[in-house]
Structures are given as C-alpha cells and as structure tokens.
Design a binder for this molecule. Sequence first.
Ligand SMILES: [Zn+2]
Length: 59
Amino acid sequence: MVDIRCDECGFDCDYSINGEMEQVVFSYWNHMAKEHGIEYSPGTLGSYIKKRILTQINS
Ligand SMILES: [Zn+2]
C-alpha cells in the first residue's frame, strides 16, 4: 500500500489517495490533469511517487 496527499506535493488541496502503486499513480495522474490542469507523463509521476515512498520508509 502506498499513499499520496496532494498538499504534500505543494498544492492547496485536500485530495489524497492510497492503494496499490499502479492504481495510485493512475488516480493521482488523473486528479492532476482534471483538477490542476497539469499533465505529467505517467512515467514522471510514477518515479516521483516511488521517490516519496522511499522517503516515507526511510523516515
Ligand atoms: Zn490536488
């Protein structure tokens, strides 16, 4: 299980999602595009989320 909060990504937004990696990447990518008009490539977002997860594990 991984979780991502939009406000931790620098947005004034209370969106959060948790679940399986692929699902989180897809849902958050969708949220970014729809709510913030930012279309990251899924690859960019995926590697960002992986980095965040590693940080969470290490802290
Ligand atoms: Zn958001």
